[in-house]
Design a protein around this ligand. Sequence first.
Ligand SMILES: [Zn+2]
Length: 160
Amino acid sequence: MAEFQAAVASLKAATDIAKAAKAVSDFNNVATALAEVNFKLMDAIVAANASVEKQGQQLARIKDLEEELARVKAWEVQKQRYKLTSPQGLSGVVVYSLRQSASDGEPPHWICTSCYESGRRSIMNPQTDTGNWTSYICPQCKANFPTGSRGHWPIEYPPE
Ligand SMILES: [Zn+2]
């Protein structure tokens, strides 16, 4: 009986050791699993940060495109106010002239054809050289339209 009790005691001791060993093993497994979870969480945080940054870039891009769209729409309205003309007396010169029907109180003027094709309005300004010869200059692209005349060159609304 004593042997049986000793055997039982030994068995219990072995079981306790095994349980302890299993607990350590579990702890190691749990620690390993926690480390993996931590790595995955860090990856998730990095991915979330990258996603937030990308979302911010996409929002900025959308804002830029909305502004560009608004500019293009405004230009589509603006450009209809002008008519491609070859002003009388200026052979070979072609400009966009403000239509009187769309003038909205603005005086007759020309805008640069090159800038018009680039989607912007650039009102040409008269300039006289030292010989008093008048040219019209685009302030944006510096295109030069000589009138071949001296002094003031009157600009009129084009025929509708
Ligand atoms: Zn121009």
